[in-house]
Design a protein around this ligand. Structure first.
Ligand SMILES: [Fe+2]
Ligand SMILES: [Fe+2]
Length: 323
């Protein structure tokens, strides 16, 4: 079954989803408000699947490490966005920035609940939290505000790339029975794509320096490919020390590497053009149009009757437009 057939079968959709376009679009197109959504997933430790992603242990460990470290990146994004909100004159962008702050606060809170549920499964959540705190408190959070704003824009580019890869490859989330874990990541990816242009637009309005934008991009890349990968590399041995001498675990490692960094189907390897496009001086996040995917996932996840996330949904709130 290919992706189109799979997605059609999941919601009985008759029209195939268009592939993401990479033609430049008008970045000044009318931007609309989006909501802050609250959920209660009720994660339970014994239902978490350590091979959640494609039943590949190291690739799954990348997502587990990302879940831990990402909360610190989101807290940096929130702090930076709050600092710059008063400097924004455009009321629509200000409203969208408030919505981004709210969405990231909920991501951070709910990933923390998921991370707490990992602790009884021998995952090194407490240790990784201490390491992340040391890096963020002593280095990243001490950057001057312009660099933090650029870093925020860079982080948001990477989460948009990840989101749009996962939205294009939805079937990758269906190799596990961990429905709450799947729900968490699909909701998070939907909202990362939904607000992907906000940080960039704020950066361009307030600063706009190209060299500084590249500096933030480089630091974001270093933390995602260096920091998170290093955490992921060690994680399976904390979970199961016998992995050290398990030949099947090591053999599977090749597959996990391909799933993350391979040029054909890797999350990041196959997204390299999208990642590198950020270097283009005229880049804008909306040059990569994901509107068809967003419409599809909003219906699939949030439909009041049959949405996959409806059992966990509590409420939503859209910030007011203020002059
Ligand atoms: Fe997020
Ligand atoms: Fe985000």
């Amino acid at each position: 079954m290919n992706l189109t057939q799979l997605t059609q079968s999941l919601i009985g959709r008759s029209k195939p989803i268009q592939l993401l376009k990479t033609k430049p679009t008008n970045p000044n197109r009318a931007q609309s408000a989006f909501p802050i959504r609250h959920f209660d997933f009720g994660f339970e430790s014994d239902q978490l699947d350590p091979k959640f992603y494609m039943q590949a242990e190291w690739a799954s460990a990348y997502f587990a490490a990302l879940s831990i470290f990402l909360t610190y990146g989101e807290d940096l994004v929130i702090e930076t966005a709050r600092y710059h909100r008063d400097l924004i004159k455009d009321p629509v962008l200000k409203q969208r920035l408030t919505a981004l702050i709210g969405q990231e606060a909920l991501h951070s809170k709910i990933h923390e609940e998921y991370n707490d549920a990992m602790i009884p499964r021998n995952l090194p959540v407490t240790l990784y939290r201490k390491l992340a705190e040391a890096v963020f408190d002593n280095l990243l959070l001490k950057f001057p505000q312009p660099l933090k704003l650029s870093l925020m824009s860079g982080i948001e580019h990477f989460t948009a790339v990840l989101a749009e890869y996962m939205m294009r490859n939805e079937e990758n989330f269906y190799h596990s029975d961990d429905v709450r874990g799947r729900g968490l990541w699909m909701w998070h990816m939907l909202e990362e794509s939904e607000h992907k242009d906000v940080a960039y637009d704020v950066y361009q309005q307030i600063n706009g320096s190209y060299p500084l934008r590249m500096a933030g991009f480089a630091i974001a890349a270093l933390t995602l490919f260096g920091g998170v990968s290093a955490g992921a590399l060690m994680l399976p041995f904390f979970r199961r020390p016998k992995n050290l001498v398990d030949i099947n675990f090591w053999k599977e490692g090749v597959n996990s590497y391909a799933l993350l960094f391979g040029s054909k189907r890797g999350v990041f390897g196959s997204s390299i053009k999208h990642i590198a496009d950020y270097v283009r001086p005229s880049f804008h996040p909306n040059d990569h149009d994901a509107s068809e995917y967003l419409a599809y996932y909003k219906q699939k996840l949030l439909d009041p009757e049959y949405g996959a996330l409806t059992p966990y949904f509590i409420k939503e709130f859209t910030p007011k437009l203020r002059a």
